[in-house]
Design a binder for this molecule. Structure first.
Ligand code: FAD
Length: 400
């Protein structure tokens, strides 16, 4: 029996779609070209709106012990603390008025284990999708296995959750308009305890020369790991011999100290702001990074991708159970594309501009606004409703 739905990509987004469909008794096959759990440092911040969703799925109880509960987020201009926000202001709006710092590979590993236990889900690792084409009332995907075999599989619907370089998006000819920033970012992990220097577990630090995001991401060790994200100009060396020295220099510039920092890991990545022209083409649906990409400043990529996954799975379940027409999938595409453009793109582009602002008048305006916002509980709550992605979910639900 062919599956009702094929999911391409076993990141957090694809795994959540699989979990929800499988639990609803719908046969799904998920293909991933790798082994699903990736080790390079990626998402670590999970916002309250997403924690509520993960709680409903039974995931929260499993990841909370692996993460760090963080009610506070601080905003700096250089060394100057501008604003401190306490997510406790969101009590009554969410069951989780805090952020959970928990690395993406831990979330994926947890989801993978849960999906393995659901009889309707078939998980195929080391299976690369190389093509996708719709014909009649089915969609066919082409698979290349690790030993070079070619396979063809059909389903009623295909979900492309195959990340930024989505093969599915390309195969169905959906445009991915936007731009890529002309610089890279470096991500550096260190066991140095920045709490001893007065930093909270989550800190955004504006600086016209070199901005920083500093987050505690795990208790590993102890004492645990802090992660610094910092821009990396194209002229800065990244080859294996010199990258460690670059990482050391970045840490020392951020927080000078007489001793070397121990460096647990480092990596670099390019940042793009892009949204697919549509999240649905016929029987093929896009979700997560295959549908939208953004700068990690504000931690919205995986979070909004998980929101896509839950919306898409809910609509697919209703369609496949005959409770709603296929038009529900167009509504999914409208609602989630609206969030990607009006909320996520707008917020993340503005976040980067604020972090690196060089114009003294605009910089002063940012300082004044952050101070005013933090001092007024109503403004502070409104700020957190946006950053915690609660507003985006509520606004999406209003779109018919
Ligand atoms: C440094 C960094 C920090 C970040 N921090 C945050 C954060 O704190 N909070 C946040 O919300 N977001 C963050 N993000 C963004 C977040 O990592 C992504 O938005 C998230 O991974 C998207 O999940 P996904 O499931 O859509 O795609 P992915 O996680 O990219 O998963 C895609 C999957 O598809 C598979 N695949 C790809 N092509 C094929 C193919 N042809 N055939 C089969 N399988 C295929 C891949 O192997 C992969 O497993 C960060 C990103 C970076 C780079």
């Amino acid at each position: 029996m062919p599956p009702a739905v094929i999911i391409v990509g076993g990141g957090p987004v694809g795994l959540i779609v699989a979990l929800m469909l499988g639990r609803a008794g719908i046969a799904v096959t998920l293909f991933d070209e790798g082994d699903i759990v990736h080790s390079q440092p990626r998402a670590a911040t999970i916002h309250p709106a997403t924690l509520d969703i993960l709680d409903d799925l039974g995931v929260y109880a499993l990841i909370e012990p692996q993460g760090i509960v963080c009610p506070i987020v601080n905003y700096y201009d250089g060394k100057l603390l501008l604003a401190s926000f306490d997510h406790a202001l969101l009590k009554g709006e969410t069951r989780h008025p805090w952020v959970l710092q928990c690395e993406q590979d831990k979330v994926s590993r947890t989801l993978f284990g849960m999906a393995q236990a659901v009889p309707h889900i078939t998980l195929r690792t080391a299976s690369k999708v190389t093509g996708c084409r719709e014909h009649g009332d089915a969609v066919e995907v082409l698979i290349e296995t690790a030993d070079g075999r070619q396979e063809r599989h059909q389903a009623g619907y295909v979900v492309g959750a195959d990340g930024a370089r989505s093969t599915i998006r390309t195969a169905i000819g959906v445009e991915f308009a936007g731009f890529t920033y002309p610089e890279r970012c470096m991500i550096i992990g260190t066991p140095y305890d920045f709490a001893a220097d007065g930093y909270a577990y989550r800190n955004y630090i504006a600086d016209p020369q070199e901005w920083y995001n500093l987050f505690k991401i795990s208790w590993q060790g102890p004492p645990g790991i802090y992660r610094l994200v910092v821009p990396l100009h194209l002229s800065e060396p990244l080859d294996a011999d010199r990258a460690l020295a670059t990482a050391q220099r970045k840490l020392q510039r951020f927080n000078p100290r007489p001793h070397h920092y121990e460096i647990a890991f480092y990596d670099s990545y390019t940042v793009a702001q892009r949204v697919a022209s549509t999240f649905r083409k016929g029987r093929v649906l896009l979700a997560g990074d295959s549908a939208h990409l953004n700068s990690p400043i504000g931690a919205m990529g995986m979070n909004s991708g998980i929101h896509d996954a839950v919306s898409l799975a809910g609509n697919l379940i209703r369609v496949l159970h005959g409770e709603e027409s296929d038009a529900a999938l167009d509504r999914y595409a409208r609602q989630r594309r609206f969030v990607a453009t009006a909320h996520v793109q707008t917020a993340t582009i503005a976040n980067k501009q604020n972090m690196e602002q060089r114009d003294p008048i605009k910089r002063q305006h940012y300082r004044d606004e952050m101070r005013r916002c933090a001092q007024d509980p109503a403004l502070a709550k409104a700020f957190l409703m946006r950053t915690a992605l609660i507003d985006s979910l509520r606004d999406a639900a209003k779109i018919p």
